[in-house]
Design a protein around this ligand. Structure first.
Ligand code: PHE
Length: 487
């Protein structure tokens, strides 16, 4: 109401001279008007100038007289027609009231202060003091002599009154436009956003204070797994390149170029830079040869291997791309056995659902030594997974282009009362290792699993989007330790 009154008035008039008068004329509380002015001024609907006025307010004593009457009138009314002795009159009135009343009534020549008797000198008196006090209470102006008299009697004190004078501001409009804070789906679709006025961002607003930090569940589990690998004497491989060439991701792993995983439906290929520039040329030739016509006891795939296909850059689909680089490097030096691991991110062009994301983390371990067998692989898998609390393991024959034999790894989950697939493993093929230049009697046993799967089981998460992305709850009420829950 106050806002409509102000904006409406300024539509027809150039200014509001005094917010106090404006409020009084309309019967609106001045406080209410002031609040509206502050807000309108903030949004520059109006320009407000401060105005100050000295006004008078009643003291406590003044307030009392404004209600019950001045002491002189009270005293006058206490004197009967026939007069009264001082003692009798004193009994009727409060001592300070008697004192002030006598002084003022005598000054006004209302009473006769005889030795025996106090009597009325006039028949009727008006309570001018009370009337003046009431007028001041209502904010009315009174004469300066009267003000002086009341001030001397300490019935009123000065007070500064603050108000405003108003003019139209640069954003003036007869009606305030609603400013919105958010662009919503609805106003975007309806086109309404074009008309809307948006609230400006307050970049200096302070956010809620942070109580403390929490580690992401994936990071916690990753730290535990890293610890397990380190305890088992494994070295971490450098995985700091998400972009990889098809060569290291597929070709070096003896994965044929027409393999469905190399389709853009399964793999993210890069547009820029779309190809790799540097590959070890003599090794590339050996890889081409083994794909096309085999060698090392293999018949190969008998197809036309294309360099352009190997050059294509992609987001690595597995950390085995890193393993192939590392094994190639190892083969360039006199042979020494190695145990390597990595835990990092990989990318697949998959439909996203409750259990699948287009990116996730892989855990990968490999042992490279002379004369390793499938029994060594089974043994090390038992060792590794029992450290995660998974003691009952089963293996199922599987197929990977780069391992032979290959085994899927299952663990019995006591909670779910069933066998769950937890990883994949195998012995790298001679078609992969021999072109690298590793000695013929060197075998590599390796396994891989996702980081998300054990973490989801551990934290009882059944939707991967609660584990990965912006919806992850980073509270501290998760239980720590893989061992307890994976069983
Ligand atoms: N690279 C495999 C995968 O992406 C995992 C694996 C690693 C399998 C090492 C065998 C050996 O699933």
């Amino acid at each position: 109401m106050a806002e409509e009154a102000i904006l409406g008035f300024l539509e027809k008039n150039d200014e509001i001279r005094d917010s106090g008068e404006f409020a009084a004329e309309r019967g609106i509380e001045h406080n209410e008007i002031v609040n509206v002015i502050k807000s309108l001024h903030g949004f520059r609907y109006v320009d407000a100038q401060d105005i100050k006025r000295e006004t008078w307010v009643l003291t406590d004593e003044g307030e009392t007289y404004a209600t019950v009457g001045s002491p002189e009138v009270q005293l006058f009314l206490a004197i009967p027609q026939e007069g009264i002795s001082k003692e009798e009159l004193q009994k009727k009135l409060d001592p300070s009231l008697f004192k002030i009343g006598c002084a003022q009534a005598a000054k006004n020549k209302w009473v006769e202060m005889g030795k025996q008797l106090i009597s009325r000198k006039v028949q009727h008196v008006d309570d001018k003091v009370k009337d003046l006090l009431l007028q001041i209470q209502q904010g009315l102006n009174i004469g300066s002599d009267e003000i002086k008299a009341l001030k001397v009697r300490k019935l009123i004190i000065p007070q500064t009154w603050k108000g405003y004078s108003l003019k139209r501001g640069p954003n003036y409009a007869p009606k305030r436009k609603k400013v919105v804070t958010d662009l919503t789906r609805d106003n975007f679709q309806s086109g309404e956003w074009k008309e809307l006025e948006f609230k400006e961002y307050n970049y200096s607003a302070k956010g809620a204070p942070l109580e403390g930090g929490n580690l992401h569940p994936l990071l916690k589990v990753r730290a535990q797994l890293k610890q397990i690998f380190l305890c088992m004497g494994f070295e971490e491989m450098p995985t700091n390149n998400f972009v990889e060439s098809s060569f290291w991701n597929f070709d070096a792993l003896f994965q044929p170029q027409q393999h469905p995983a190399r389709d853009s439906h399964d793999t993210f290929f890069l547009e820029t830079p779309s190809t790799t520039k540097i590959l070890p040329e003599d090794y590339v030739q050996r890889v081409k040869h083994v794909h096309e016509s085999g060698g090392y006891g293999s018949r190969g795939y008998a197809y036309d291997w294309k360099r352009e296909e190997a050059n294509k850059n992609l987001l690595r689909t597995h950390t085995t791309a890193v393993s192939s680089r590392m094994l190639y490097q190892l083969a360039q030096k006199p042979f020494a056995p190695k145990k390597y691991f990595s835990i990092d991110r990989v990318f697949r062009n998959e439909a996203v659902d409750r259990t699948h994301l287009a990116e996730f983390h892989q855990i990968e371990g490999l042992v490279c030594d002379r004369g390793l067998t499938l029994c060594d692989l089974i043994g090390i898998l038992h060792d590794f997974f029992s450290r995660l609390g998974m003691t009952k393991l089963k293996f199922k024959p599987a197929y990977n282009p780069y391992t032979e034999p290959s085994m899927e790894i299952f663990s019995y989950h006591e909670g779910f009362k069933k066998w769950v697939e937890i990883g994949n493993s195998g012995m790298f093929r001679p078609e992969m290792l021999q072109p690298m230049g590793l000695p013929e009697d060197v075998q590599v046993i390796a396994w891989g699993l996702s980081l998300e799967r054990p973490t989801m089981i551990l934290y009882g998460i059944d939707n991967i989007r609660d584990l990965f992305g912006h919806k992850v709850f980073l509270g501290d009420n998760y239980e720590d330790g893989l061992i307890s829950i994976l069983n």
